[in-house]
Write a protein that binds this ligand. Structure first.
Ligand code: ADP
Ligand code: MG
Length: 271
């Protein structure tokens, strides 16, 4: 079954299906269970945040979803394809055709201006130059960078650079966007701005966005929040259709989780 009924009565497609996912690493004589049995589904148009402290398994999970690493066990099904079964060539074309990435450190090319950076993923798809630049130009309008189109990365603020990053992720019109700590290098005010922009753009473009973050507050921008502790999803919070009652409930639950996390963190670095 790849669809479900929503409250309004319309059908929504399942885009990501994770089943019984494990990733074990051997470190010296011991085994690290980076992912320890993860199951969830993500539907078309959802903005999902995966939240957990440093070392909880967020990046490992995102790498499995994007096919950057092979799981030890379990299944990752994206748009009907078994990602864990693809070979290297299959993974390269899967990522090129279906996925956009937003990185913590922006990963812009320093010798290219904003439009050229945004246009770059289109060149890997063989789109002619004129069309590439036209599309990139439109994307920069969408992320409110009308005046910075010709700016080089070092002529932009961190927030502006990450907005270029968002535009670049969206320019190929991917089904899914993955973001690993996208505001990790930004101050808190700029982080809020970039989150609001991502939320807005993803809604407008009806994209599926999966973001990982250690920041509980930034996760509130998401439709659903998956809490990960020691490689396990311990809770999934639904922020849609929130009423007063479940606001109170979520408050209580988030206090509980905070306490749990605080317990886990003692003795660990607090990045
Ligand atoms: P997060 O992104 O939530 O900070 P990670 O997914 O990077 O956490 O790491 C989860 C756990 O797996 C950590 O204990 C980390 O040390 C371990 N880990 C991650 N990658 C490797 C690796 N390549 N080799 C060994 N251990 C790893
Ligand atoms: Mg990480």
């Amino acid at each position: 079954i790849i669809i479900r009924m929503q409250k309004g009565g319309h059908l929504v497609k399942k885009v990501i299906e994770v089943k019984n996912l494990y990733k074990l690493y051997r470190v010296g004589d011991s085994i690290v269970r980076a992912l320890n049995g993860v199951d969830f589904d993500i539907y078309e148009g959802e903005f999902c945040a995966i939240v957990g402290t440093s070392g909880s398994g967020k990046s490992t999970l995102l790498n499995m979803l994007a096919g950057l690493e092979k799981p030890t066990k379990g299944e990752v099904i994206i748009a009907g394809r078994h990602i864990e079964k693809l070979n290297e060539d299959g993974l390269v074309s899967f990522r090129r055709d279906h996925v956009g990435f937003i990185f913590q450190s922006f990963h812009l090319i320093s010798t290219m201006n904003a439009v050229e950076n945004v246009a770059l993923p289109l060149s890997f798809r063989g789109v002619p130059k004129k069309e590439r630049l036209k599309k990139a130009d439109k994307m920069l309008d969408l992320v409110n960078l009308k005046k910075q189109k010709k700016h080089m990365p070092n002529q932009m603020s961190g927030g502006q650079q990450q907005r270029v990053g968002v535009a670049r992720a969206l320019v190929v019109d991917p089904e899914i966007i993955f973001a690993d700590e996208p505001t990790g290098n930004l101050d808190s005010h700029t982080s809020e701005e970039v989150m609001a922009l991502m939320q807005n753009v993803v809604r407008k473009q009806k994209k599926t966005l999966v973001m990982v973050t250690h920041d509980n507050h930034l996760a509130t921008y998401a439709d659903r929040v998956f809490h990960i502790i020691d490689g396990k999803i311990v809770k999934i919070e639904d922020n849609r259709n929130k009423n007063v009652n479940n606001l109170v409930q979520n408050e209580k639950e988030s206090e509980k989780i905070k306490a749990e996390i605080a317990g886990k963190q003692s003795g660990e670095d607090n990045r």
